[in-house]
Ligand binder design. Structure first.
Ligand code: MN
Length: 493
């Protein structure tokens, strides 16, 4: 693996009382594997079951029950590793990570310690300004999720729901290659996008199917790494950023006060916008890791890995490059479109045979803004891709002006039909008939001699007449024809 490619000039420094500080961030993302059944049992995965209805005897850790590895979960981990340009380890092993939790009936989590299924890889991440940085992946390992303790159903008891117990997780560990809260959020966004393209995790952060443990430390620029604190289970981009901002400033304040940072696990409280101590950080030896004697090492056939690699879909980076090359889009617009595969597909369907840049503008500006406002995904768009293509076709042919197109789009959004039908029904066709425009403009100039004289003295004032014509035609005048006639009649160059 190459040296870190972090561009230090872009680091965002915190200005402390005693000088600047650099934030150093590494993330451990837990991504629930998209699979029908659990990592070591045949119990169903997913929402919908009542409490403890999706629990096998293995998940409940009944004595004598033995785990059996789920081939599909292994395949998903391999697909993900390949998507992260990572090394796939043909020999890996499962270990027991021992700790007590009421929702972990085994008394240990089956995880991978020294020999994970996936080794080092990397992800290219775009910042908001379009610049790109690399985050190196240290490893990806498979492990079981725990169940859920529910504290608010009963005043006297804690309830336990084991439906999630034993569900397969991929823990994706990055190197500490991020230097700001924005970079960390951008990394999670990109990782989520890749996982969704690969179909290995649905990335539903609200349901906790993708959550990040954020390791935060601060140091003087150029110094060795400082002591880190780990903020557990942060499950939105906004919370990730808030937690990092708060935690970094907390650490700077302690050090500047002469204190030292204690390595610990902390929780983020979204209500208060702060992190608080949960427990002192365990060291690996506290967990007494040892190879799980119920499971043989996992040996993968290199030919199987090759086969999987050949079936990988086009991923966001490659798709973005292709949209730029084939459709002439800006890198920014292409980036907005490829973050979700469904968006890129929608764009490509609408752009077929049309002015692709115009289509991209309508999709990225109008459509995505409205979808976001109503909390809809592009799959739920009330406007099908064919109708965006139809709207752009009307614009290309000069049937409507771009101003009218916005109105047509409103009607399309309201479900009034295809753009062609809306333009017909509402009489929105652009007035390009120069005879009619000539007559109208002649009347308007005659009725406003003072303004006409003013335009002759000050040509910029022609805009006053443009507004008048637009009002008189309800915005349907062809702007090119209108301008030419006005300028000729008013004697403006
Ligand atoms: Mn883990």
């Amino acid at each position: 693996m190459s040296e870190t490619k972090i561009d230090d000039t872009r680091n965002r420094l915190i200005e402390g009382a005693t000088g600047p500080w650099e934030i150093v961030l590494g993330l451990e993302v837990h991504a629930q594997v998209a699979s029908r059944s659990k990592l070591f049992s045949g119990a169903a995965v997913g929402f919908g079951g009542g409490p403890n209805e999706q629990v096998s005897l293995v998940d409940a850790a009944m004595p004598g029950m033995l785990p059996v590895i789920n081939r599909r979960c292994v395949e998903q981990a391999v697909i993900t590793g390949l998507g992260l340009k990572a090394k796939i380890n043909c020999w890996s092993r499962f270990d027991r990570k021992n700790y007590f939790y009421p929702d972990l009936p085994q008394g240990y989590q089956i995880s991978q310690y020294k020999d994970p299924i996936v080794g080092e890889g990397e992800i290219e991440v775009e910042r908001d300004d379009g610049s790109v940085f690399t985050v190196r992946i240290e490893r990806l390992h498979l492990e079981q999720d725990a169940g859920k303790s529910i504290h608010d159903l009963d005043p006297n008891f804690t309830m336990v729901d084991l439906n999630r117990a034993g569900t397969a997780l991929m823990e994706i560990v990055s190197y500490p290659d991020m230097r700001s809260a924005e970079e960390a959020a951008a990394y999670v966004k990109k990782l989520r996008s890749i996982l969704r393209y690969l179909g290995t995790c649905d990335g539903d952060m609200e349901k906790g199917n993708l959550r990040a443990d954020v390791n935060v430390s601060v140091r003087r620029p150029g110094d060795p790494l400082g002591t880190r604190c780990e903020i557990k289970n942060v499950n939105s981009y906004r919370y990730i950023q808030q937690a990092i901002e708060f935690e970094a400033r907390r650490q700077v304040a302690i050090i500047e006060d002469g204190g030292t940072i204690r390595q610990e696990t902390r929780l983020f409280d979204p209500g208060k916008g702060e992190t608080r101590s949960m427990r002192s950080k365990e060291e690996a030896h506290d967990y007494r890791y040892f190879p799980d004697p119920d499971l043989v090492p996992l040996e993968l056939d290199p030919a199987w890995i090759k086969e999987i690699e050949a079936g990988l879909p086009e991923l966001p980076d490659a798709k973005r490059a292709r949209l730029v090359k084939d459709y002439g889009l800006s890198a920014y617009d292409a980036g907005v479109l490829v973050i979700e595969q469904a968006r890129a597909d929608y764009f490509e369907r609408a752009a077929k045979g049309r002015d692709a840049k115009l289509v991209a503008n309508w999709v990225t500006n109008e459509l995505l803004a409205r979808l976001a406002k109503d909390g809809l995904d592009i799959e739920q768009s009330p406007i099908p891709s064919d109708d965006v293509a139809g709207l752009v076709e009307l614009l290309e042919e000069g049937v409507i002006s771009s101003k009218i197109a916005k109105q047509v789009f409103d009607h399309m959004w309201a479900g009034e039909g295809t753009p062609g039908a809306i333009v017909q029904a509402r009489g929105l066709t652009q007035v390009s008939d120069t005879g009619a425009l000539e007559a109208l403009i002649g009347e308007l100039i005659a009725a406003n001699p003072g303004q006409a004289a003013a335009v002759k003295a000050k040509p910029q004032a022609v805009g006053w007449f443009v507004g008048l014509v637009m009002n008189a035609t309800a915005g349907k005048a062809n702007p090119g024809a209108e301008n030419a006639i006005l300028r000729a009649r008013l004697g403006v160059e």
